[in-house]
Write a protein that binds this ligand. Structure first.
Ligand code: FES
Length: 367
């Protein structure tokens, strides 16, 4: 007798039993993970509580998982799900990598090598070049076979190079300039020549005041002074002295019996109106002491000339009477001019000891 065709319930019961048998070791390792037993999930043939799929979808999923070959799930798990997964997988130690491949140096290198292996290197290089140089910059295509060993910097450099080898120059940003200069800037531009002139003046003043210019100026001034001194030395010395002949006024200006010191400072003479041998005369005495040349003073109270140097004393007539003076004072020439004025001539001297006072040119008689 042949077995009747199993029903759907029988098929499900068998599957549940197999699933319970496969789940038993896991529940032994982790008792907490054992699912609760219900009447729906309990096995039909045996009374032992085992874990079973809850629904038909779970059962189908488990059946499909078993029906698939074991090696089918492995590549799916090995596929890089995201960038972090790719980096984690690539950053594994060199021992786990295939023999002959070097460990990546940086995340950019890792990405480049992985993308090169995956055949995505040209697209990545193109995108990098476009992002750096802009869409208008024509970048060279990178050979996928060569991109595997390039770093990120080298890939960017290759992207910046044109196909003919010339570097790609990035387009410079255009700066919008105003069509007309601003009022403030135009005023500043007009003020620039003023500043230039001031600075030039400052430079010129500074150049004039330098030590070199001062030294040359001093030397030139000293040379000019030396030349003038030499010219003056070549000329004869001329003494500017008062004239030897001069008029001292009419005889009436000199009262009888008086000594006038009016011309002492200017002409170094005294004018005396006195009687000589019983006759009133006017004569002029030199103010030079006959001792050593000092200037005596007229003492009106003592009616004498007194020399302050050595004490020589002279009478009103000029005769010495005390002190070291060896001889009387000297008279100078005097005459009555045509205009009635007394005229003195100092170029002529008259000495008493020589008998010269008797000369009519040494006095003027008063009537
Ligand atoms: Fe007049 Fe000597 S100079 S007393």
């Amino acid at each position: 007798m042949t077995d009747p065709k199993p029903s759907t319930n029988d098929i499900f019961a068998k599957i549940r039993a197999k699933a319970a048998a496969s789940a038993a070791p896991e529940s032994a390792v982790n008792p907490e993970a054992q699912p609760a037993v219900s009447a729906e999930t309990a096995p039909l043939e045996s009374g032992t509580p085992v874990a079973a799929p809850r629904s038909t979808a779970d059962i189908m999923a488990a059946a499909r998982a078993k029906a698939k070959p074991a090696d089918d799930a492995q590549p799916a798990a090995a596929k890089p799900g995201s960038t972090s997964d790719i980096l984690a997988a690539a950053k594994k130690p060199a021992g786990s990598a295939p023999a002959g491949s070097a460990a990546p140096k940086s995340p950019a290198d890792i990405m480049a090598s992985i993308r090169a292996k995956a055949g995505a290197a040209p697209a990545a290089a193109t995108q990098a070049g476009e992002s750096v140089l802009g869409a208008a910059a024509p970048a060279a295509k990178i050979d996928p076979s060569k991109a595997a060993g390039l770093s990120a910097a080298e890939m960017i450099k290759a992207a910046r190079t044109k196909t003919d080898g010339t570097p790609v120059v990035p387009a410079k940003p255009k700066i919008a300039l105003p069509s007309k200069p601003l009022p403030g800037k135009s005023a500043a531009a007009k003020a620039k020549p003023e500043v230039g002139r001031r600075s030039m003046l400052t430079i010129m003043v500074g150049a004039v005041c330098t030590w070199v210019v001062l030294a040359w100026s001093s030397m030139i001034a000293a040379s000019i002074v030396s030349l003038l001194a030499t010219a003056r030395f070549m000329m004869p010395n001329v003494l500017v002295e008062p004239p030897t002949k001069f008029k001292i006024g009419p005889p009436n200006d000199y009262a009888p019996g008086t000594v006038s010191t009016k011309w002492q400072a200017q002409f170094n003479i005294w004018v005396v109106n006195a009687e000589v041998d019983g006759s009133p005369v006017i004569y002029a005495l030199s103010t030079v002491c006959t001792h050593l040349g000092c200037t005596p003073n007229w003492l009106e109270g003592e009616q004498k000339f007194k020399c302050p140097c050595h004490g020589s004393g002279f009478y009103k007539s000029g005769v010495n009477f005390e002190g070291p003076a060896p001889r009387p004072l000297e008279r100078v020439g005097l005459r009555l001019a045509e205009d009635g004025m007394l005229e003195v001539d100092k170029s002529v001297k008259f000495q008493k000891e020589l008998g010269q006072w008797a000369n009519s040119s040494s006095f003027v008689g008063v009537t």
